[in-house]
Design a protein around this ligand. Structure first.
Ligand code: ZN
Ligand code: ZN
Length: 308
């Protein structure tokens, strides 16, 4: 069973188009790039979570064919706008031999997405499959349950997914994928103590103004302690909206002042805001150690493949 992190960036990817902030500058220097967040689960079958505008490049980079199913977390472009690309899988099959790919999402999400991509259903490329939070369903060896996440007034159809399947040793594992969210209003019991947790860290520090409802690493620490993942946590959907002291780009509309930046215990000096992968992983390790949080937390990067 493989977790393949196809993309790990925020809505516009990082470095962002036209942005010369210190984070984007540093990542360009290091030739690092985070495409829009998408995850592939591969065992006997292939399950894809989300398909943003980078999906064609992401799938072809790893030579991935038609997925058995796609789970869409919500109706924001960075999570579904690549749906048209799935036509390619129909085009390469002999005429009439393609079976539609089931796309799972909530009713409110399909209401919006269907207006744009309803033709894919008429063409037989996709089959929209409504999901109801807390109702379980199966895709081959995966047992799946959507759960409601709060992601602001423009993300009403937003859900995370709990996936139960077998690991490489044939033992049952539970994976919780939270997607874009600022809260889980009523976490169902199936979410507690998962084996693996995938959580967004759109900001490093919780911003004074958390719009449009994303998770910062600072706040994700609360969810780590609430959900208590047993084996490993992966950070995804990482953005570039934190302030770096002295950066002339701090006045950009996307940059946010921190509410009360993360500091070491008993210190008044905040942790440095990470600019690239190595700094992210280093500061995350330091914080978990400083606060004695017994969790393994990996900052995911594009192309990271983990056998579980
Ligand atoms: Zn997003
Ligand atoms: Zn979103």
């Amino acid at each position: 069973m493989i977790l393949l992190f196809l993309g790990t960036g925020g809505a516009w990817g990082v470095p962002e188009l036209g942005c010369d902030c210190r984070i984007c500058q540093e990542m360009r220097l290091r030739e690092e790039r985070r495409g829009r967040t998408a995850l592939l689960l591969q065992s006997g079958s292939t399950l894809l979570i989300d398909c943003g505008p980078d999906i064609s490049v992401q799938l072809s980079r790893h030579n991935i064919g038609r997925p058995d199913a796609v789970l869409v977390t919500h109706e924001h472009g960075d999570h579904y706008i690549g749906m048209d690309e799935f036509l390619a899988f129909q085009r390469i099959r002999p005429r009439g031999e393609f079976s539609a790919i089931p796309f799972f999402m909530t009713g409110p999400a399909w209401e919006l997405i269907g207006r744009q991509f309803g033709y894919l259903e008429k063409l037989g490329v996709i089959r929209a499959q409504p999901v109801v939070p807390e109702e379980k369903f199966r895709v081959n060896e995966f047992e799946i349950m959507a759960f409601k996440t709060a992601h602001g007034s423009f993300g009403q159809g937003s859900v995370g997914y709990m996936i139960r399947t077998l690991d490489k040793d044939g033992k049952e594992v539970r994976i919780v994928y939270t997607s874009d969210f600022s809260d889980i209003p009523e976490p169902p019991p199936d979410l507690s103590s998962p084996d693996y947790l995938i959580v967004q860290s759109y900001w490093f520090n919780e911003p004074a103004q958390n719009t449009p409802g994303h998770m910062s690493f600072q706040r994700a620490l609360d969810f780590l302690q609430l959900l208590k993942p047993r084996k490993e946590t992966f950070l995804v959907h990482i953005g570039d909206c934190d302030l770096i002291p002295g950066d002339p780009a701090n006045g950009m509309a996307k940059k946010r002042d921190p509410l009360d930046p993360l500091k070491p215990p008993g210190s008044k000096v905040p942790y440095p805001v990470p600019r690239h992968q190595e700094e992210w992983q280093r500061v995350v390790n330091r914080i978990l150690e400083d606060y004695r949080l017994p969790y393994k937390c990996t900052v995911a990067y594009d192309g990271l493949s983990v056998e579980i």
